[in-house]
Design a protein around this ligand. Structure first.
Ligand code: GLC
Length: 473
């Protein structure tokens, strides 16, 4: 029997386009499902994607999509990358930009139109190409659920995954007409949200199933503290909501085979070589001191305010601290100023995949003081690389990291330092515990060895998606 067909749609997919964890999941989950399904991954063909390098070719003739009475020329492209099939939507309005969604200062003001067009193009495409399931991700592909629900000729089932409820795609009500959505959907049980249009509501209301990226987050988003105004709406639809924790691509993130590393390793001795090399690279001294890293988008979600408040205190302890990331401008200056004042801190602005691998390999601890975290991937990557995460007990962090006080070497869970309040003081107390653990070399080494052997792969979670797909088809 031929495999059932799945179309996985996302606005960013590693290695073509990436701003956050969605891109990693859009790379690795389809791969994990591809032994069972015939999976195609679909994204915009942004102008920076190198068509030649990836062998991206036009599939068929350009066609016209009409949206809000305006005609747009659309082309579908395709390539095979590392054994998986990719499909791209090219249309000038969507793709000919320097960035995905806008600059660090502001989002593009026509994002509603851009991503609605991406969704319209995909709906036209699936009228020709039959898929059993379309797996939609975040607000940028949420309207597909509505348009497929409306179009009785398409039999495809839709699954909508929420990676982060804080980004809902909220726009002025005037966009409805431009994207060709009838006013009758502008209601409380449709797309209306405090007088504006909310794209994510389309995914929640019209998809056949909804998932989010961890079981704890699936519960949290039903409450006012985490629901970002959609808690009531989600509670109404919660019979079709499931939390499935993300995995990581354990082939890509393997300290033993990682090509980005000076010295691949499988134990703490091997880790030390990487630590020495990295400290040298960034000009910090003291390989015997604990090295803490922070790798994230600089946004409030990631606990930037807590981190910045706590840094002077942390940096005055016996340790090294290295930070990698970029994001909201308001964090750039204070960070730069702080780091300049200490000999044991280092800051790299930007995003550099290979550098991040070297940092995971070098570090002893990873900071993740996120205020909320739908899943979080960095804590799993860290544990795989023998780096102990310090995490706030929330969302996927709560589901993937158990506190070292309860360390049980026979368990399949990964361990780290877990704190329950997202505050500067709780974070500093966790840091003090980390330093103490670092001194207790026997326990410290046991925890690292244990974490490195844990299975953070997609195996179980891909199976959970598979079971869910089967209930839908
Ligand atoms: C978003 C969330 C993050 C999650 C990722 C992938 O970036 O903020 O917690 O791990 O999506 O699902």
């Amino acid at each position: 029997m031929p495999k059932q067909r799945v179309l996985f749609t996302a606005s960013e997919v590693f290695p073509f386009a990436k701003s956050g964890g969605l891109a990693d999941v859009a790379y690795s989950l389809p791969r994990a499902l591809s032994s069972i399904y015939d999976v195609h991954v679909m994204l915009p063909l942004y102008q920076w994607i190198d068509r030649e390098q990836f062998g991206i070719k036009a599939l068929g003739e350009p066609f016209t999509v009409v949206m809000g009475g305006v005609k747009y020329l659309v082309e579908i492209f395709g390539c095979t990358y590392r054994g998986l099939e990719y499909r791209f939507v090219y249309t000038s309005l969507l793709c000919d930009r320097a960035f995905l969604y806008g600059t660090a200062e502001s989002a593009y003001d026509d994002n509603a139109l851009r991503f609605a067009l991406f969704n319209r193009a995909i709906v036209s495409y699936v009228r020709q190409e039959r898929y059993d399931i379309i797996h939609l991700n975040d607000w940028q592909s949420a309207l597909i659920a509505l348009w497929i629900y409306e179009d009785k000729t398409i039999e495809t089932k839709t699954l909508y995954t929420i990676h982060n409820l804080a980004y809902q795609g909220i726009f002025d009500a005037s966009v409805l007409q431009k994207i060709g959505i009838d006013d009758r959907y502008f209601t409380m049980d449709g797309l209306e949200f405090y007088g504006e249009v909310n794209f994510m509501k389309a995914g929640i209301a019209y998809a056949d199933c909804i998932t989010t990226v961890s079981p704890t987050y699936a519960k949290e988003i039903l409450t006012p503290a985490f629901g970002c105004g959609l808690e009531g709406f989600l509670r109404y639809h919660h019979h079709k909501l499931v939390g499935i924790v993300n995995g990581i691509d354990t082939e890509h993130f393997s300290p033993l085979t990682d090509k980005a590393l000076i010295a691949p390793y499988q134990d703490t001795t091997g880790k030390l070589t990487n630590k020495e090399a990295y400290l040298k690279e960034i000009g910090l001294e003291g390989k015997e001191k604990a090295l803490f890293i922070f790798i994230a988008r600089f946004t409030w979600q990631k606990g930037m305010d807590i981190l910045i408040d706590a840094l002077p205190k942390l940096a005055s302890s016996e340790c090294n601290i290295a930070i990698l990331g970029e994001g909201e401008m308001k964090y750039h200056e204070p960070l730069k100023r702080l780091v300049a004042g200490y000999k044991n801190m280092h800051l790299t602005f930007g995003y550099d995949e290979s550098l991040s691998h070297r940092m995971y390999a070098a570090a002893d601890f990873l900071f993740m003081p996120s205020l909320f975290e739908p899943c979080g991937l960095n804590q799993m990557i860290a544990m795989q690389y023998g780096t102990i995460p310090l995490v706030h007990h929330t969302g996927g962090l709560a589901d993937t990291v158990k506190d070292v006080n309860f360390f049980d070497e026979t368990s399949e869970d990964g361990y780290g330092i877990v704190f329950s309040e997202p505050s500067r003081d709780a974070f500093i107390r966790a840091f003090v515990r980390a330093l103490a653990l670092y001194q207790d070399k026997t326990t410290y080494n046991e925890v690292i060895q244990h974490n490195m052997q844990c299975d953070f792969s997609w195996k179980e979670s891909a199976n959970a998606y598979h079971k869910l797909y089967q209930t839908m088809i």
